[in-house]
Ligand binder design. Structure first.
Ligand SMILES: C[S@@+](CC[C@H](N)C(=O)[O-])C[C@H]1O[C@@H](n2cnc3c(N)ncnc32)[C@H](O)[C@@H]1O
Length: 281
């Protein structure tokens, strides 16, 4: 079975080896407010550790897609088959034009196009221009593989334990209760030579958003909500989250938008609880 439904820039599949041993042993509701490709949620689901979940992201196309998978995977498979698109640049740009021309009411067709575009576009990026049009170029992969009907059914089964919502992270996290667990994987600060804040990242997550995030985490901590946060290994992040457990780990991943660099980079895992393997020793 494929590990993820979607390719996602900044996805955490390659970091599960570091993340999983640090997850709490048990928790109530699982919340993931920067869902993206959902690598951690799908891992926990496969391991049978999710009783119920609240998953959200600010990207409404993404949440509409997961909702379509959850509610009727066979209808989505039929819609994907009906597209009859091949792995050619011509078909890719036809799909992109169609996707941008459909209204949000045509959810099934848009979701079918989203998964096709995601697996055939450059680097699995989900990028939009200022008019809200998906604008990633063709990926030129020799053998892209999309999840098939049976895989969509399996992902649907996992998503059935989840509520899916389009939301800014701070709104959804007011619903986290004592004993719940939240995994947060926000857009990172860009790695600059000075490691200092920049006003805005390309995807619109500003310095003010990072500060808002830190204050939401402190508030959850005071309410007895456990959280784990992945972030870039930079001084501003260490300062914003000082007082929590901060561990630096090595991540092997594409480090630039060109996707050629795959040397290890440092990331932080920040928790407000002692990870289980620490308490056991
Ligand atoms: C680094 S990605 C998450 C990757 C994910 N953990 C995975 O394994 O694929 C960050 C996500 O945050 C979402 N996002 C950006 N700003 C947001 C906001 N203000 N509130 C909620 N989600 C936001 C983006 O749409 C993107 O999906």
């Amino acid at each position: 079975m494929k590990y993820n439904l979607l390719k996602w820039a900044g996805g955490k599949a390659q970091l599960l080896r570091e993340i999983v041993p640090r997850l709490p042993m048990s928790f109530g509701t699982y919340l993931e407010p920067f869902l993206g490709g959902g690598a951690v949620f799908f891992h926990l689901s496969r391991s049978g550790r999710i009783q119920n979940a609240l998953l959200s992201d600010i990207n409404s196309d993404l949440i509409a897609f997961y909702t379509a998978v959850r509610n009727d995977p066979d209808a989505l498979s039929d819609a994907i088959d009906a597209l009859k698109l091949s792995n050619s640049s011509q078909d890719y740009y036809i799909a992109r034009r169609l996707f941008n021309g459909l209204t949000n009411n045509d959810t099934l067709r848009r979701s079918a196009l989203l998964i096709y575009l995601n697996h055939h576009c450059y680097n699995g990026l989900q990028r939009y221009n200022s008019r809200g049009e998906f604008n990633v170029p063709f990926g030129k992969y020799s053998n892209p593989s999309m999840p098939g009907r049976e895989e969509l059914r399996q992902f649907s089964g996992m998503l059935r334990k989840a509520s899916l919502e389009v939301s800014d992270f701070s709104e959804i996290l007011t619903r986290a209760r004592k004993g719940d667990f939240v995994y947060l994987d926000p857009p990172y600060f860009p790695l600059s030579k000075s490691s200092s804040f920049t006003a805005y990242t390309k995807n619109g997550f500003s310095r003010a958003d990072q500060e808002r995030l830190a204050s939401v985490c402190r508030n959850m901590d005071s309410r007895g909500v456990k959280f784990m946060l992945s972030h870039s290994a930079t001084d501003p992040v260490r300062e914003l989250f000082s007082g929590f457990n901060i561990e630096e780990i090595k991540a092997r991943r594409a480090i630039n938008s060109v996707g050629t660099g795959r040397s290890p980079v440092s990331e932080l895992i920040i928790t407000n609880y002692n990870p289980p393997w620490i308490t056991r020793t």
